[in-house]
Design a binder for this molecule. Structure first.
Ligand code: NDP
Length: 477
């Protein structure tokens, strides 16, 4: 029987009875059948969510913030209790190695704990105005929110959106990627089990071009939080323009790791491979451009290549695996195509880029040397295990090349010189930067992109602003 979708907290078939098949990336074989929502289901969900919100007079919006926080704590507890189920489902459905998948469940629970604590610490102000009276700024839930997520981190990205949206008192309509709907449906059940009122919870799997578009274009959708490709983000802005929806976009990236000659080169070369090959390179923050200062270029390349060759590619369910399959044959083919384009432009594949003789969508991690920043492999998001290693001469050129990109999501600096780190960090046009490490995202801190990498920020206390409206009330004396 097909996995049912969730409307007002209840599992049910799609209104038109359609289903679609989900494939397991490690085998290339069918994993599950899932209800395929249509515009009819979107209409049912929005009608119910709109009624449940009742212009801010619904039960969840009116539940006091401390109590909402308690329920969010329970969500986190249940996620930890169900770690095996969620991690195994993510490993099979998205191809994540079990070690990563377990970490992601912990990080998802941590996100809910953070916003459980935030719920009653986000409040308005009293403004000292000139007129006689009292001027108060209120923060109110925005209304039904459409949370549209991609396939690369299906559980974690859903939780980055669900936790603050629920903490602020909004009904949530989660639209998972068609390639990876399974953990989203488990999450919908879990929210209800934890005590979120049923009429606040909706999970709609189905084609983005149909139901995603219907969701964002509908005036009952008060706010859209989207993570995915830049072109889809642009289409969402257009579709939602007529009803002036509140929109946050987390989009693509082409992030640079910059390694200066004064850095601990061995440490940088040991750490950086998983910053581009983690999740088989399907990571918006992947350091897919690695800029290395010329005097240490060969030394770095040698260490980096050796570390890359040692990455254990394998079955996601095997605890020893460090890199699993790609999400689909099409995604793998994109990487292979870019490798061909890169060599055609004069770059040199040092290792990897091979399809192993096994079932599933595997590709060995590819190190490409002697890349110029004007080549397509350095400019376009590949979203696969392809690292372009680019030489540079001096600080000014490092800054120029780093910033010479349509994107500005993430990045790293490796240097032993603290004042250089400050100088360069201030010069880079990117939303998230790590110095002498490659880890990008911390749920306590804002995350998002400059330029074509996004609009607005997720995570941190700022996300509470993104899921609320500001109301100014003046009481005359
Ligand atoms: P897509 O933009 O193709 O899809 C993302 C989501 O949007 C899916 O749920 C998809 O549904 C849905 N969708 C597709 N078309 C529409 C539409 N017209 N209206 C509304 N929703 C729609 O991205 P991918 O899933 O391919 O994800 C990869 C991209 O995500 C990469 O570019 C990556 O950089 C980016 N990303 C950005 C992150 C960030 O935080 N900045 C983090 C992670 C990824 P369906 O699956 O049914 O097509």
């Amino acid at each position: 029987m097909a996995e049912q979708l969730i409307i007002a907290g209840k599992r049910q078939d799609a209104a038109e009875g359609a289903t679609f098949s989900v494939t397991e990336p490690a085998t290339g074989k069918p994993l599950a059948d899932v209800a395929k929502a249509s515009a009819v289901d979107v209409d049912l969900a929005l009608a119910a969510a709109h009624a449940a919100f009742a212009d801010g007079r619904g039960t969840w919006a009116r539940t006091n913030a401390t109590q909402r926080g308690r329920v969010l704590h329970r969500v986190a507890e249940l996620l930890r209790e169900r770690e095996d189920l969620f991690a195994t489902t993510e490993a099979r459905g998205a191809g994540h190695p079990m070690g990563d998948a377990r970490w992601e469940v912990g990080a998802a629970a941590g996100t809910f704990e953070y916003y459980a604590g935030a719920a009653n610490k986000h409040f308005g102000q009293v403004v000292p105005v000139q007129d006689a009276g009292l001027d108060v700024v209120l923060r109110e839930p925005v209304g039904p929110v459409a949370l549209i997520v991609p396939w690369n981190f299906p559980l974690l990205i859903a939780c980055w959106k669900l936790a603050p949206a629920l903490a602020c008192g909004n009904p949530v309509i989660l639209k998972p990627a068609s390639l990876t709907p399974l953990t989203a449906l488990l999450l919908g059940d879990l929210l209800v089990d934890a005590g979120i009122p049923e009429d606040q919870v909706y999970v709609l799997p189905g084609p983005g071009g149909v139901i995603g578009d219907a969701l964002v274009a509908d005036h009952r959708t008060a706010k859209i939080s989207f993570t995915g490709e830049t072109t889809t983000g642009a289409s969402i802005l257009k579709s939602s323009a007529d009803h002036i929806a509140r929109v946050s976009l987390e989009l693509g990236g082409k992030s640079a790791a910059v390694v200066f000659a004064d850095a601990d080169v061995a440490a940088a070369a040991a750490d950086t491979p998983m910053a581009v090959f983690g999740n088989a390179g399907q990571d918006c923050c992947a350091r897919s451009r690695i800029l290395v200062e010329r005097p240490v270029y060969d030394e770095f390349l040698e260490h980096f290549t050796a570390t890359t060759k040692a990455i254990r590619l394998g079955d996601p369910l095997d605890d020893a695996t460090e890199m699993g399959p790609m999400i689909s044959a099409a995604q793998r083919q994109t990487s292979l195509d870019y490798l061909g384009i890169g060599t055609g432009e004069g770059a040199r594949v040092v290792t990897g880029g091979e399809v192993p003789d096994r079932e599933g969508f595997y590709l060995t991690p590819a190190v490409v040397a002697d890349v110029g920043n004007d080549m397509r492999i350095a400019r376009e998001e590949i979203f696969g295990p392809v690292a372009s290693v680019i030489p540079f001469d001096g600080e000014e050129e490092a800054i120029r090349i780093s910033n010479d990109s349509d994107y500005g999501l993430s990045g790293s600096l490796w240097t032993g010189n603290a004042t250089r780190a400050i100088r360069v960090a201030k010069s880079l046009r990117t939303g998230t930067l790590s110095v002498n490490t490659n880890r990008s995202v911390r749920f306590e801190a804002p995350f998002g992109g400059y330029k074509k990498s996004g609009l607005g920020r997720e995570l941190g206390m700022g996300a509470m602003d993104a899921y609320t409206e500001v109301k100014n009330v003046f009481f005359s004396e």
